[in-house]
Design a protein around this ligand. Sequence first.
Ligand SMILES: [Ca+2]
Ligand SMILES: [Ca+2]
Ligand SMILES: [Ca+2]
Length: 179
Amino acid sequence: MIYKQWRFTTGTRSFMTECPSGQLTLHEFKQFFGLRGLSGDANSYIEQMFRTFDMNKDGYIDFMEYVAALSLVLRGKIEQKLRWYFKLYDVDGNGCIDRHELLNIIKAVRAINGCDHDTTAEEFTNRVFDKIDVNGDGELSLEEFVEGARKDEEFMDVMMKSLDLTHIMTMINNRRHSV
Ligand SMILES: [Ca+2]
Ligand SMILES: [Ca+2]
Ligand SMILES: [Ca+2]
């Protein structure tokens, strides 16, 4: 498992090499992860991820924010991760995830992970949404989201993949080895 091999020491060195100022802008963030030429959906997902990492909202990811985010991604408990995902997916920050927000995320996750699926993003979103929007108000509260992911294996799988940075780590490692 690449997660196990990938330690903070390597992460630290890499962050400091690629980012000597100690602060990453959105542009550098994309470069850091080698993300170029992304589709619109994938691009907005990365931007949203950047904003979530940037906890004090100053437009930069500093080293502490970077470590906090990575430590959550790599070691956080399911419940913590789901709370974090919820924040990540609630793009307009109104405290609920609507169908549109969920669809965008599903699309972006698929674009980034790039594997084949037997359902369209729309079908998948509708199926999940109808199932986990327990009170049927057309929005997912934090509780509905967390409970839904716990109960629906397929949805949980997508959630976990959405922050599965394995392929990105592989890219970084490959790049480092080829230098
Ligand atoms: Ca910041
Ligand atoms: Ca929202
Ligand atoms: Ca609801």
